[in-house]
Design a binder for this molecule. Structure first.
Ligand code: MG
Length: 392
């Protein structure tokens, strides 16, 4: 079997600006195709990932046997020049391609991908409703009034979730978004964040888990300040309290805050996560299959994390292909903790991108048992967006 054509879709959603999942579909001379997704659907970088996929496809994919996933991964790592340095563009591209190759391989063998990753460990995947500050509804709404945080949480709970995630520090009292979160918070700021968490706790009761998200914006000092709230509300974990530009910052937060620390969505490959495992500063690792290196690398990363008693919550914020890939891997992980279902994943403009609509039932996901990833692009929709073709 040989790869003979590669299609790359840089999705533009008319109903949602700044949402650009990048899909790749790899075709073979035997008529089997596979899909993958680059983990850059949000914020900046999608068109770079699409073009990086194109360049890799031209340089080393056409004519190659798609079963040789390990060899191809090594070639992308070494022959792209940039693979040996890390970073979102090259790793998003490598991840998308690798995911699609596993889809082809599993389809050719007539098994779901998880069977090739070790088989089914988890048949029910506990799932949480993610990013309540954007509401839990068909529309994205920026919430700033504490009362609305309670209402959003209530909507998720009514759908059967028993865990939610919120970034309570994203908006100020008027709904302005601040990226400067490194200076010490004022008392009114802290009261506002506290009121939002209290509204959620009041809405969901004592038995529901709350995950506290920071998006890497605080400094060590502000993260430690916030730690007081994270402890008070007995949050399940404290996500991305600081950034990754200095590998030892997480450790200081972990030393000061008595709640598990989560992170890893901006880390790539086994070498990238190594310092956080070795200093035991991350308790819940959140690699993204579309950024960490696809199935080939993310499975290795998750198993390596297990050697440090670290649990896995894959980061999932993308189109339906990212969800499908994550479910396949999570099904096969012994250290799986919980699945992330982003508020974007329940929106029509995201759900229509694929033929299958992957949604949890009563707060639990089950993986597809169809051969491959169990997901196909909805051609009627995806061909409306810019797309590139390599090969014929
Ligand atoms: Mg996050």
């Amino acid at each position: 079997m040989k790869v003979n054509r590669v299609e790359i879709f840089d999705i533009h959603c008319p109903k949602r600006d700044v949402w650009n999942p990048v899909f790749v579909r790899i075709h073979t001379d035997e008529g089997i195709s596979g899909v993958g997704e680059a983990g850059l659907a949000y914020d900046l970088g999608h068109s770079a990932a699409a073009n990086m996929i194109k360049e890799i496809a031209e340089a080393m994919l056409i004519g190659h046997d798609p079963f040789n996933t390990e060899l191809l991964w090594q070639r992308m790592l070494r022959e792209s020049f940039w693979g040996l340095g890390g970073g979102p563009v090259i790793y998003a591209a490598m991840s998308a391609i690798d995911t699609a190759l596993w889809d082809i391989k599993a389809k050719a063998l007539n098994v779901p991908v998880y069977q090739l990753l070790g088989g089914k460990v988890n048949s029910q995947l506990r799932t949480y409703a993610s990013q309540l500050q954007f509401d839990w509804d068909q529309q994205v709404n920026r919430l700033f009034d504490p009362e609305d945080y309670g209402k959003a949480a209530e909507k998720a709970i009514q759908q059967g979730y028993d865990a939610v995630k919120v970034d309570p520090i994203m908006y100020d009292a008027k709904g302005n978004c601040f990226f400067e979160r490194t200076k010490l918070f004022s008392q009114p700021d802290m009261r506002l964040f506290r009121a939002r968490l209290q509204a959620i706790r009041d809405a969901v009761g004592d038995d529901v888990d709350i995950i506290f998200e920071c998006h890497s914006l605080p400094s060590v000092s502000t993260a430690i300040q916030l730690g007081e709230l994270v402890e008070e509300f007995r949050c399940l974990y404290f996500e991305e309290p600081v950034h990754y530009l200095s590998a030892d910052l997480h450790q200081k937060v972990a030393d000061k805050v008595n709640v598990p620390i989560a992170g890893g969505e901006r880390l790539y490959n086994r070498w990238g996560i190594k310092p956080y495992m070795q200093d035991l500063s991350i308790d819940v690792l959140q690699p993204d299959v579309g950024l960490c290196g696809g199935f080939t690398e993310t499975k290795k990363v998750c198993d390596y994390a297990d050697a440090f008693d670290v649990k896995i919550q894959l980061h999932v914020c993308g189109g339906p292909v990212a969800t499908a890939a994550s479910l396949q891997l999570e099904t096969a992980l012994s250290n799986f903790l919980i699945h992330e279902h982003h508020t974007y994943a329940i929106k029509e403009w995201n759900r229509e991108l694929c033929v299958q609509d992957l949604q949890p039932v009563n707060g639990f996901f089950q993986v597809s048992d169809a051969p491959g990833l169990g997901i196909e692009l909805n051609d009627e929709i995806v061909y409306r967006s810019p797309h590139l073709v390599v090969g014929k």
